[in-house]
Write a new protein. Structure first.
Length: 237
């Protein structure tokens, strides 16, 4: 008997911010991965409820920049429909901000850029969630300058000193991560090149960021795999 594969739609804003270390786990769990590249592919042509899982990835624009980037209107409408469907949805960085906004919350500039490898602090709910691997090894990659309010009904999972809302869940099937649990540090050079202007404008020490990517790489890959496995295991598919 032929087994029907499950499907993941990854909504991508820039090529180098992809599924990273999440991708092998999804494939091993029997998911077929396809990408929708915002600004090139027609998200209007995609049924919001069709795929088993939707993951909205990061990018360098603001979730509130639809006047400058009208394609965000289409994306927000897609996410509103996805949320209404109740089917699994994850957002990372810009993706988390877009989900928060589609769920009715405010997204706005944060107090300062947070671009570094730095620890998370989990809430009690977060420690019992798919983010449990960060409880004893809290280091992760942060790369953001915006923040969001929690949507109504959401639970905060993690914080940092600078950004209170680093992660949230909205029922069993929706998760948003402001930080980058998926980042494949073996590809950090793509991030350093792709975000060169932002790094220079923010005064970020690029050699230090590169060295820390090497230092924490294996640990972060292992956590990414455990986070995705745990999230998938808890879904109501």
């Amino acid at each position: 008997m032929k087994t029907t594969m499950k499907s993941v739609l990854a909504i991508r804003h820039v090529a180098f911010e992809d599924l990273g270390a999440f991708a092998p786990v999804l494939r091993n769990e029997g998911f077929d991965i396809r990408f929708c590249d915002v600004g090139r592919d027609d998200l209007d042509a995609v049924a919001a409820e069709a795929d088993d899982v939707v993951i909205v990835l990061g990018g360098p624009i603001g979730a509130y920049d639809e006047d400058t980037y009208p394609v965000l209107k289409t994306e927000l409408q897609f996410l509103e429909r996805r949320l209404e469907s109740g089917r699994p949805l994850m957002g990372i960085c810009l993706g988390a901000q877009l989900i928060a906004r589609a769920a009715g919350a405010r997204v706005y500039p944060g107090p300062d850029k947070e671009i570094s490898f730095a620890p998370l602090t989990l809430t009690d709910v977060g420690a019992a969630s798919c983010l449990a691997p960060f409880a004893d090894a809290p280091m992760t990659l942060h790369w953001h300058g915006d923040t969001f309010d929690l949507p109504d009904g959401a639970e905060r999972l993690a914080s940092t000193a600078l950004y209170e809302n680093q992660a949230f869940s909205l029922g069993p099937n929706v998760a948003g991560f402001q930080f980058h649990p998926e980042a494949d540090t073996a590809a950090i050079e793509h991030w350093l090149i792709g975000h060169a202007f932002e790094l220079a404008a923010s005064g970020i020490d690029i050699p230090r960021l590169r060295a820390e990517a090497s230092q924490y790489g294996a640990e972060l890959t292992g956590k990414a795999q455990r986070v995705m496995s745990a999230w998938l295991a808890g879904l109501k598919l």
